[in-house]
Design a binder for this molecule. Sequence first.
Ligand code: BG6
Length: 281
Amino acid sequence: MADSVRVSESNGLTFLHVENPLASAKISLFGGHILSYIPKSDGQERLWLSPHAFLNGERPIRGGIPVCWPWFSDDHGKQKGELPSHGFLRTQVWQLTSSIEDENGTHLILTPSFSRAEGFEYDCEVTLKVSVGEHLTVNLSTENKGVVPFTFNCALHTYFHVDDIHNTELKGISGQYKDKTQNWALEDTPSPYTFSQQTDRIHLSAVKQTDVVVNGKTFTKVISNGNDSLVVWNPWQEAASISDMDPFGYKHMICVETSMTGGHDLAPGQVHELIQQVIPV
Ligand SMILES: O=P(O)(O)OC[C@H]1O[C@@H](O)[C@H](O)[C@@H](O)[C@@H]1O
């Protein structure tokens, strides 16, 4: 184990605490889920974790970076609710298979216990590579280890911390989006991109850079690769009906999700990498 990684246990879950000269981070092995990333450059938390998140394995963790795989939301070809929302990786225990450190930070590789379950009966290898340094880099890799092609979706469903959603703007997104709150109506991306109501959108272009601008200043840059879309979500006052959020929780978060939502085909032997970089500004 790298010297910059410490392990703790609480309520049956195992956590990795990364502390190096460039940043600190906390990762839950339940879900392979990054909970916190604080760069030393300014000491400010970039991720949002709900104060009411279940940190005992009972439910997926609300906040941080949930790993959605091999489907997004309820898009699994069955009735809504028949299979877990966002797939089955965020509710299982992952293993830490490698940890090294160098002048760029601490580099971890995590693997889920299984990647074959109801709704996805294929052979593949999934890994999550996490680099904690001046930037946070997360790489969700899927390799087809079987003899038949398969189609899957995935997302790095990051909850970004913002001081106040009313003073938050996203920059860098253009084109059309599908609006889940309007029965998937197609709409044009607003400009400026600010928030005043429940927002649940799949932006249909492979957005590469999104700036999270807070109080007129870019706070965090989000670089996406291997995506076909970008999801933007804030439940607004609907947060009151989400048991692991408080009614005002929506004020301090915005989800900007590097995502594959259109179905990606992977032939035997092929590898797909979904990469999100969180860059403090
Ligand atoms: O409550 P969950 O399963 O973590 O999902 C949260 C949200 O995740 C977003 O990605 C979806 O677009 C929303 O529709 C959904 O409500």
